[in-house]
Design a binder for this molecule. Sequence first.
Ligand SMILES: [Cu+2]
Length: 285
Amino acid sequence: MGGGIGKSFWVTAAIGAVTVLAAFSGFAAEPQPWQMDLQAPATPIAEGIASLHNELLVIITAITLFVLGLLIYVLVRFNARSNPVPSKVTHNAFLEVAWTVLPILILVVIAIPSFRLLYNEAEIPPPDLTLKVTGHQWYWSYEYPDSGGFSFDSYMVKTPDLKPGQPRLLTADNPMVVPVGKVVRAVVTASDVIHAFYIPSFGVNVNATPGRLNEIWFKVDRPGIYYGQCAKICGFDHAFMPIMVKAVSAEDYAAWVEQAKKQFADADARPSPSMLASAASEQTR
Ligand SMILES: [Cu+2]
């Protein structure tokens, strides 16, 4: 009996460990089939979020098992059959202090890393680069005020137009490009309704509100392509305005800026509002 429980425990633990390893091994910056954990963090903030999440998981598991143990103990020890003459005790000063002080201590233990994380998210370090991100119904536009001042729109690539390996509903025609290892400050707003700029692997989620500028920052650890989505129900094509970020080396970033300045220089070449409206209405779902 004891051996059986031990075996099933180890099997469960092994499955859990394999799942965690699988979730982290690919350094996936997009949702994976059967993903069990958070996306692999790509910024210090996302790492902080993941480690707070893991700490909380340990704490809530311990609390749940402790309460479960107490309940089972009460069921076994104090049911009418095994305890026919109930105790008349109604107060126990030690227990009452303990079950007040202990939860307070647990909350303090949770609050310290939580407040540290909130502070680090809100306190933007001196930025190497500032971007302006604008949410529209239903696409994003990115502006690079200190890399030449160009801006461009970023639309979802429709399913029939995807190239092999490009994830469906996440690929954008003009991805946002950022250098790795640099503090990027993004100033986020919207032109019509409230959107939200959400990149899970960056630990970034901020409202894009018309008439307001919200700021977030991120410093990407390693080159790659990272995906996010609008996280505010913003209308008809809410699900079809993905965020695609390409993080590249400083040299590649400089080269991209030179190319992008030319590519996006001609403001007249950008689509007119009526073209945008028809493009949005014919998107493939
Ligand atoms: Cu939106």
